[in-house]
Design a protein around this ligand. Structure first.
Ligand SMILES: [Cu+2]
Length: 289
C-alpha cells in the first residue's frame, strides 16, 4: 500500500517533467492564461480543504463506531457523540466557505466575468457553436463583423455570413481553428446555431455555456505561444465527443501573418480596371496642316 501511494505521489510530482511539448501532463492542463493561476488557486484550496474534511469526518465516523459499539458490559449508544462537536465543526465549515466565497472566489469571478477590457484595445472574435463544430469569425481589417443571414447558411458558409454586406467583405471564417496573439486581451463573443454547447479552452481556464438565443461573451489573455485545444463542455448530442477545435496562440507577428494568409479573396483590393488606350485619331491623308 505504502509503495502504491509513493509511486502515485511520484507520478504526480514528475508530471510536469513528463508533460509533452505543449505542457499537457498527468495533472491540470498547462496554464497559459493571465487569470489562470487564480482559478487554479481556488481549485487547490477547495481540494485541500475537502481532503482535510474527508480525513476528519472519516476519523469521526470510525471513532463513533468503535466508541459507542455494543460490547461486554456496554450497550450500543445511538445518541453518539455530544452534539457540540458536530455543531462546532459545521459552524467552522460555514465560516470557511463564506470566507472563501467572498474573499477569494468572488474577486476572481468578478474580474473574469465582469471586468472586460475595452474592445478597441482587444482582439474581438466571434465563435458560433453548432453540432458538432466551432465556427470562428474574425471581423477583418475593418474591425466590423459582417451581417449574417440564416438563409445563407450552407456547407461552405456555416455561419451564413452575408458576403454582399460591405462589412463582411474582409471577414475571415474558419471551422475549428481559433488563433489569438500572445499578450493581448481577446474578447470572444459566442452564439449557438442549435443546442446548448459550452465553449471550453482548458489551458485558458475559460468555460462558458453557449445558449441558443443568447449572446455570450468571455475574455482571456494568453501568456505564451503554443498549440492547444478547444472542447465542448456540455453534452450536446451524439457527436459531442468529437466537438473539438484547434486553439493556437501565436506570436503577434505570426498572428498578423495568419490573418493575411487567411483573408478571403473578396478582401483583396479590386484590380484597377484595364482601360484600353484611346487610339490616336488617324490623320486624314492630305489633311491640311
Ligand atoms: Cu457541443
Amino acid at each position: 500500500m505504502r509503495k502504491l501511494l509513493l509511486s502515485a505521489a511520484a507520478l504526480l510530482l514528475t508530471s510536469a517533467a513528463r508533460a509533452d511539448e505543449n505542457g499537457y501532463g498527468y495533472w491540470l492542463p498547462p496554464d497559459v492564461s493571465l487569470n489562470g493561476h487564480e482559478i487554479d488557486h481556488g481549485f487547490y484550496l477547495m481540494h485541500w480543504v475537502m481532503l482535510f474534511l474527508f480525513v476528519v469526518w472519516t476519523g469521526l465516523v470510525l471513532y463513533c463506531i468503535a466508541r459507542f459499539r455494543a460490547r461486554d458490559g456496554h450497550k450500543a449508544s445511538y445518541v453518539g457523540a455530544p452534539v457540540k462537536i458536530g455543531l462546532i465543526t459545521a459552524v467552522a465549515m460555514l465560516v470557511f466557505e463564506l470566507g472563501d466565497l467572498f474573499l477569494v472566489s468572488q474577486k476572481t469571478w468578478a474580474k473574469i466575468t465582469m471586468d472586460f477590457p475595452p474592445e478597441n484595445q482587444s482582439v474581438v472574435i466571434e465563435v458560433v457553436a453548432e453540432q458538432f463544430q466551432w465556427n470562428v469569425h474574425y471581423p477583418g481589417p475593418d474591425g466590423k463583423f459582417g451581417k449574417f443571414d440564416n438563409a445563407k447558411i450552407d456547407s461552405e458558409n456555416p455561419i451564413g455570413l452575408d458576403r454582399d454586406d460591405p462589412d463582411a467583405k474582409d471577414d475571415i471564417t474558419t471551422v475549428g481553428d481559433l488563433h489569438i496573439p500572445v499578450g493581448k486581451p481577446v474578447i470572444v463573443k459566442t452564439r449557438s446555431k442549435d443546442v446548448i454547447h459550452s465553449f471550453f479552452i482548458p489551458v485558458m481556464r475559460v468555460k462558458r455555456d453557449v445558449v441558443p438565443g443568447l449572446n455570450g461573451k468571455v475574455w482571456m489573455q494568453a501568456t505564451r505561444a503554443g498549440k492547444f485545444e478547444i472542447a465542448c463542455a456540455q453534452l450536446c448530442g451524439l457527436g459531442h465527443a468529437r466537438m473539438s477545435g484547434q486553439f493556437t496562440v501565436d506570436e503577434p507577428a505570426d498572428f498578423e501573418k495568419w490573418l493575411v494568409d487567411n483573408a478571403p479573396p473578396s478582401a483583396a483590393p479590386e484590380p484597377a480596371p484595364t482601360v484600353a488606350p484611346t487610339p490616336e485619331p488617324k490623320k486624314k491623308k492630305g489633311a491640311k496642316k
